[in-house]
Design a protein around this ligand. Sequence first.
Ligand SMILES: C[S@@+](CC[C@H](N)C(=O)[O-])C[C@H]1O[C@@H](n2cnc3c(N)ncnc32)[C@H](O)[C@@H]1O
Length: 230
Amino acid sequence: MERTLEPEWLDELPPDDPKAVRSRRDLKRLNWWMRHDSLMADALLRYSKGKSLQRVVDLGAGDGTFALGLTRKLVQQHPKVQVTLVDRQPCMGAETRDGFQALGCTVETVAADIFDWLTHAVVPPGTIFIANLFLHHFHEAELCEVFYLASKQVDLFAACEPRRAELSLRMAKLVGLIGCNSVTRHDAVVSVRAGFTKRELSDMWPTEGAWLLQEQRAGLFSHLFVAHRK
Ligand SMILES: C[S@@+](CC[C@H](N)C(=O)[O-])C[C@H]1O[C@@H](n2cnc3c(N)ncnc32)[C@H](O)[C@@H]1O
């Protein structure tokens, strides 16, 4: 399947539009079905073993519920981890903020376009970048820029994205069966067609520097990419 990019409806709706609110709720459910928080946490814990993980920056974090689920899995090994949620339209609810507080973690939201933020951010040591269902929004040239800027700032970058494969596409066409609304039904199919396969993301990661790159199918429908400085 060739990679194609089409606008996603959720990106174009105001965050408080009822259809957007409902679609973000659907995303929570889909993340749960696809086990993205576990897939990402396993990768992060493996690569951060014996190191101090101070801050997780979630690029394209949406309402922060994915980051909260992930943080729940990280705190046992990294109890003081701080979380930064970067999104063009951040929309974290009180419940999610309380969830971070209950874990003893600080959380901040940053309303910014990812390219502006990555260009200007000052990132302290011990920071890692993650992205969930986010990288597939971008063309190859944009991804190369995201990766170039990220590789200058962190030693660990992990992303969980849709896998561009027939099985994922078939599943995406069925999300209505678990109650997803029209926005989610549209975006799920568009996301798979814009997703990744093989070593497409590794091929866009900068070649300079000593990086270990891991890229593979994860779960049934997903694609995991981890870049780790040696
Ligand atoms: C499919 S949602 C995923 C949200 C979250 N990561 C999750 O798993 O629930 C994609 C998010 O990317 C954000 N986004 C899209 N383009 C962006 C950009 N150029 N800069 C920052 N955020 C962006 C959208 O606002 C949206 O919240």
